[in-house]
Structures are given as C-alpha cells and as structure tokens.
Ligand binder design. Structure first.
Ligand code: FAD
Length: 505
C-alpha cells in the first residue's frame, strides 16, 4: 500500500461544484482509507442558477451509475437538444445550435461541405433542416438515441438536461452521503497553512470546530475562499473578450409545456436566457454594466417573462476569466472558484465535470507531484480558452451595431485561434476539430453559419462530383430527417411516460 495516500479530502462549498466533486470522489474512494468531507454554509447559500447543461453530463451520470429517469424526475428536469439564438446575427433572425451532426457524410467528405458547395452554386435551402435535433426542437419532439441501430437516423441523437440547480445539488448530496461522504454545516472563519510549504492544513468554523485535511477542493464560489483569499493565486481577467459582468435571475410560471431547448435572446446590452423546466421556467438577463444599469436590466427581464415571477430577483456580479492556477499547492479550485465565462453555451457545470475527470487521472498523494499539477493546469487552461473562443464568436460575428454595447462588440479583438477558425471556414468552407474540443464541427458550423459567416469557396474535390448527384443525396438525407422527426414522440409524451416530476406546479 502507498504510504503517502491521502487521509482526508476536504471539499469547501456545497453548490453544484461541491456536490459534483463529493459525488465523484465519494464514488471513486468508497471503501478506501481516504475520507471525503464537505463543508457548506446554509447561511451563505449557493448561486443556484446553473440550470442548462451540455451532452457530456450523461457520461458523468453514467460514471456514477445514476438512473437517468430518476435523475430527471428528482430534479424536475427537461431534455435539451440545443440552444435557440434569437436576434444575435440581426434583429428578427434566429437559429438553433443543435447537439449533434448535420446530415450524413458520404464518399469520405463531410455532409456540410457538400451542402455549402450546393448553396454556393445557388441551390439555397435551410441548412438547419438537415439536423434531426433542430427539427425535433422545432416540433417539440424528443427521444433517446437508438445506439444499437447505427444506421438509423436516431442513432445520432445527442441531448443534455435543463434542471433545477438546487434540486440537482440535493440529488447529488443524497448520492454522496450514500457513499460515506461526511457533511459538515457551518461557516468557515479562518484557514490555517503550513509555515513551510504554504499548504492549507485546516479550516476553522464559526463554532470553533476545526476540520483538517491534506487535500482541499475549493468550491466556495466566486469568493475563492482558499484559492484566492488564502493563497492569493491571482485572476486572469477576460473582460476585454467577454465584457458582460452582471446577471439577474428570476424564475417564472411556465406558460406552455416546456420545449426541449434553451433560448438565448440578444438584448441591448447583453442577452436573456429562458430555460424551461417541468415545474417552472428559469430566466435571466446577462448584461454589461458599462452599458446598462441594474434597474433597467431588471426591467428588461421583467418585461420579457412568459409568466408571473415566482421569486425575487437574484442579482449577481462576476468578472469573466479564471484563476492563474486552477490547482495551487494542495488546493484545487472547481466551479465558480476556478473561473467563470458566462452561461451563453451552458459550459460551467461541464467545466466542473471535465476538471473532475482530470483530477481522477491526476489524483495526488501526499507528495503532490508538481509535474502532475502543471499538466492539470495546462490542460484546464486549454479547455477554458476553447470555450472562451467559442463564446467570443457569438459576440463578434454579428451584424448588430444598433446599440453602444453591440458597437463595442464590433471592436473586440478576436483571439488568434478564433480568427484562424473563422478564416478557414470563410475562405474554404472548412472546420478543423481539435482533439478534446468541447464543441465539435457541428457546433462551429451552426454558430458560424448562424451568425452570418458564409464561405466563399469549398473543398475543391467536390467540384468533380456532378451537382445532380449531390442534390439528390442531400434531398434524400433531408427527407429521412423530416420523416424521422415526424415519427418521434413529443417531448411531453416522452417525459410523461418515463420521468414526470412528482411535484409540478
Ligand atoms: P456556489 O453555488 O456559489 O456555491 C458556493 C458554496 O460555497 C456554497 O455552498 C456556500 O455555502 C459555500 N461557502 C462559501 N463560503 C463559505 C464559507 N466561508 N464557509 C462555508 N461554506 C462556504 N452553469 C451551467 O452549467 N449552466 C448554466 O445555465 C449556468 N447558468 C449560470 C447563470 C449565472 C448568472 C451564473 C452566475 C452562473 C451560471 N452557471 C451555469 C454556473 C453555475 O451556476 C455554477 O458553475 C455552479 O452552480 C457551480 O457553482 P459553485 O458550486 O462553484 O458555487
């Protein structure tokens, strides 16, 4: 047995990040000598507005052995097939960024390259109609993929969830406590460090209780109690690329049966989210304080709710960016303590999940190998940069210049990698996926095309394929998708049959 095994991992914070960490570590360390303790303070509370996710969350649930229907039922969740972006390219325009591919590749060339070639030749139709996920969103349909029938149009269905974040934390808490994770309630008042290494050795609660450990996971939210307030790790400010710095959230009564997608509507100084759950609708307005004051922002949100508000407005302030080190000494930051890039593509919970996956592969012992920590930090940063670039695409590839905010967005200097991706698409109709990209080819296609980036040329190999052959193949794929979408059950039928929440207001 390794004599350097950790005795105790202490998770500071019981928001989504803290309980995801507790569930994953509780699961992996069950029966081992390493104990897991989570400390949270009900008096401080959680941010609790992270409600929309992206498909890799299914892998997290699978790793934990969570029954998906039970999870949907317990968190009042709905299924999510993509995000509808309204008024982003220009007012009156909308498109859906779907989870999953467009069409079907044939003769070794991606479908989208044939479609762009045909489009350039003047045969104009709707690219988005070639996505089963988009057609399902438009018709409010849902079903799970038929993974055992790879030739079926249903094999490629890709989905995520929209859930009540506080119910999700409670769900994970039950799971983690079932795996022997110990929960300690109380506000941490002070933190002790080793005089030599600077490592955190214990935290002391306001009732005087001291909790010691040899590895600390900081899930304390924006304040970064350990990573920043104690270790002074530093923060990389990304507002020059992502200028929104405030949000107001107000849940409201649902006006209709929930649709299987999130909506992001561009507003004068930011954008508004609408996340339909089984029992209510989550809403929020993300905006830039340089261009809109809080009262106006709240009024904009209230004026655009589907139903009566169900709670007071929850006002939040943030600085987009990330800690200079995600893992510093014996402290690893997760969730809002690690950084925040605004929720436009629902990536925060995903970043918690991927950091946890990386932690499991770089799991430390008491020696805290510096090269493991370095590798963890480098990989995490790469992932943050990829997400950042994808978000910046939405703000900078747009015709909108109708308000000071949108005129400001026109002046944002794109990161080099994003510029390269846009040029490759515009000049040659090509998208190159990088290893471990969160957002693959279909996502880049949907958002670049949806935001008005149009290629001027395409893959020259296609020029030798007769247009009649391309046209016939594309039409056939379109009709397969149309039929497949028609035959799917509605989102409502699917939920009512399999996973209706117990309490639906
Ligand atoms: P928090 O929820 O802030 O939890 C912090 C925890 O630390 C709490 O339990 C608190 O009690 C505890 N704590 C703090 N200080 C102390 C102390 N001194 N002593 C003891 N305990 C302490 N993510 C998505 O994936 N999808 C979305 O749609 C989405 N929307 C968002 C919208 C907005 C406006 C914002 C701000 C975030 C959104 N997020 C979204 C992000 C998501 O909310 C967070 O990533 C997620 O909730 C994780 O938060 P957290 O657990 O890091 O922090």
């Amino acid at each position: 047995m390794n004599p350097h095994l950790l005795d105790r991992v202490v998770i500071v914070g019981g928001g989504t990040a803290g309980w995801m960490a507790a569930a994953a570590l509780g699961h992996m360390l069950e029966g081992s000598p390493t104990k897991v303790t989570l400390i949270e303070s009900e008096a401080i509370g959680t941010v609790g507005v992270g409600e929309a996710t992206i498909p890799p969350i299914i892998a997290f649930n699978t790793m934990l052995g969570i029954d998906e229907d039970e999870f949907v039922r317990e968190t009042n969740a709905t299924f999510k097939l993509g995000i509808e972006f309204v008024d982003w390219f220009e007012k009156g325009h909308s498109y859906i960024h779907p989870f999953g591919d467009f069409g079907r590749d044939f003769d070794a060339i991606p479908f989208y390259q044939y479609w762009l070639h045909r489009n350039l030749a003047g045969e104009k139709d709707d690219l988005f109609a070639y996505s089963l996920m988009v057609e399902a969103c438009r018709r409010e349909k849902f079903m799970r993929p038929l993974s055992d029938r790879p030739q079926s149009a249903y094999a490629g269905i890709n989905y995520a969830f929209q859930f009540d974040a506080s119910l999700y934390a409670a769900f994970l808490r039950r799971f983690a406590e079932g795996k022997d994770v110990e929960r300690v309630e109380g506000r941490i008042e002070s933190v002790a460090q080793d005089g030599e290494t600077g490592h955190v050795t214990s935290v002391t609660l306001e009732n005087g209780e001291q909790v010691g450990g040899d590895f600390f996971i900081d899930c304390s939210g924006f304040r970064g109690l350990l990573i920043e307030q104690t270790l002074e790790t530093g923060y990389e400010d990304w507002r020059k690329w992502l200028p929104c710095d405030r949000a107001i959230a107000i849940p409201c009564e649902k006006a209709e049966y929930p649709v299987p997608y999130t909506r992001a509507t561009a507003r004068d100084a930011g954008w508004q989210w609408r996340i339909p759950l089984q029992h209510r609708t989550g809403n929020g307005h993300v905006y830039c304080s340089e261009f809109m004051d809080d009262e106006t922002a709240e009024q904009v949100l209230r004026d655009n709710l589907d139903g009566a508000p169900l709670a007071d407005a929850n006002r939040l302030r943030f600085v987009t960016g990330h800690r200079k080190q995600f893992w510093n000494g014996n402290v690893l930051a997760l969730g809002l303590a690690a950084g925040f890039m605004e929720p436009l593509e629902s990536t925060s919970i995903h970043l918690v999940q991927t950091s946890l996956a990386r932690l499991l592969t770089h799991f430390p012992d008491k020696r805290f190998n510096p090269s493991d920590i370095e590798a963890f930090n480098a990989r995490t940063l790469k992932e943050y940069v990829r997400v950042r670039d994808f978000l910046v695409l939405h703000y900078t590839a747009t015709k909108r210049d109708d308000t000071p905010f949108w005129r400001h967005c026109q002046t944002i200097e794109r990161p080099d990698e994003l510029t390269r991706r846009i040029e490759q698409f515009r000049e040659g109709g090509r998208i190159f996926e990088e290893p471990n990209d969160i957002f693959g080819t279909a996502s880049w296609l949907a958002v670049m095309y949806g935001q008005g980036v149009e290629p001027v040329a395409t893959n020259p190999l296609i020029a030798k394929v007769p247009m009649a052959k391309i046209d016939s193949a594309i039409r056939q794929i379109g009709s397969t998708i149309d039929n497949a979408a028609s035959d799917m059950p509605t989102h409502r039928e699917f939920i009512e049959k399999n996973c209706a929440a117990k309490i639906v207001i």
